[in-house]
Design a protein around this ligand. Structure first.
Ligand code: 13P
Length: 265
């Protein structure tokens, strides 16, 4: 567990880059990051495709970047064709894993129950889950966004015991309808949803656990122009970046903004 209030900047590269492109972009970002001052305490985490992990894993000990995977299975070994276990991700130097991303909930029909099992397996292997939650446009129109997010958080975590020195858990609030749209929600609305998420966590765990073990971050059309307005919000501990993380200048621009804000957090 880190226990620090460092800002987290996560890149989700989705299925956008081949192995050579992934390795090249990782090296470019690493190079830039090494040239930046005041990055101590900042968490920069990149989640490439599974197939790119082994090559990038070799570079991890020499970088300031931490590695994450985009998905995981809930068993460690067995007859599960196509699946990848938490221990296999650890072999690739991963410390983080995205769980329940809306792409997977939408296209792979991933359920809250599956998300729950994945979180349990992830924590058992001392990996940090990045639990993705968020409402669809229809759910929002029906006035159900708070309900949906509270349900997703509660079903993901209920019955999972945490102790003070547990691995860090990250909740990523990503309104589904905003992802890839180029138009983020208002940062104050995001702040409100982060408060809703925090309240759901307080309903599940003692305050000390919530404060020490959890970070809550925002994702959805973040770029270097708007990221500051999110990071200055009191309950927003970082961002999960899709499209803009594929562009070195943009992603480094986001990190530079975070460095400015970090001083005041
Ligand atoms: P965009 O930043 O492209 O909207 O993607 C967000 C996302 O889904 C990150 O997981």
């Amino acid at each position: 567990m880190t226990g620090t209030k460092s800002l987290l900047i996560l890149a989700n590269w989705k299925m956008q880059l081949n192995n050579a492109e992934s390795l090249a972009l990782f090296k470019e970002i690493d190079e830039e990051l090494k040239g930046l001052k005041n990055t101590e305490g900042m968490g920069v985490i990149i989640c490439p495709s599974f197939t790119a992990l082994p090559e990038i894993a070799k570079l991890i000990p020499e970088t300031k970047i931490k590695l994450g995977a985009q998905d995981v299975f809930w068993e460690q070994v067995g007859v599960y064709t196509g699946e990848v276990s938490p221990e296999m991700l650890k072999e690739c130097n991963c410390q983080y894993v995205l769980v329940g991303h809306s792409d997977r909930r939408t296209y792979l029909k991933e359920t809250d129950e599956m998300v729950h099992l994945k979180i349990k397996a992830t924590l058992a292997s001392l990996l940090s889950p990045v639990i993705c939650v968020g409402e669809t446009f229809k759910e929002r129109q029906l006035g159900r966004k708070d309900y949906v997010v509270i349900r997703q958080v509660t079903q993901a975590l209920s019955g999972i015991d945490l102790i003070l020195d547990s691995t860090q858990l990250i909740i990523a609030y990503e309104p589904v309808w905003v992802i890839g749209s180029g138009q983020a929600i208002d940062s104050e609305e995001a702040e409100y949803m982060h408060q809703v998420i925090k309240q759901s966590l307080i309903d599940l765990y003692p305050m000390k656990i919530v404060e020490n073990c959890f970070r809550i971050i925002y994702g959805g059309s973040i770029n270097s122009q708007i990221v500051k307005s999110f990071l200055v919000q009191p309950h927003i501990d970082g961002v999960l970046v899709g499209g803009a993380s594929l562009n070195k200048e943009e992603f480094i621009g986001i990190i530079k903004e975070a460095i400015k804000v970090q001083k005041f957090k």
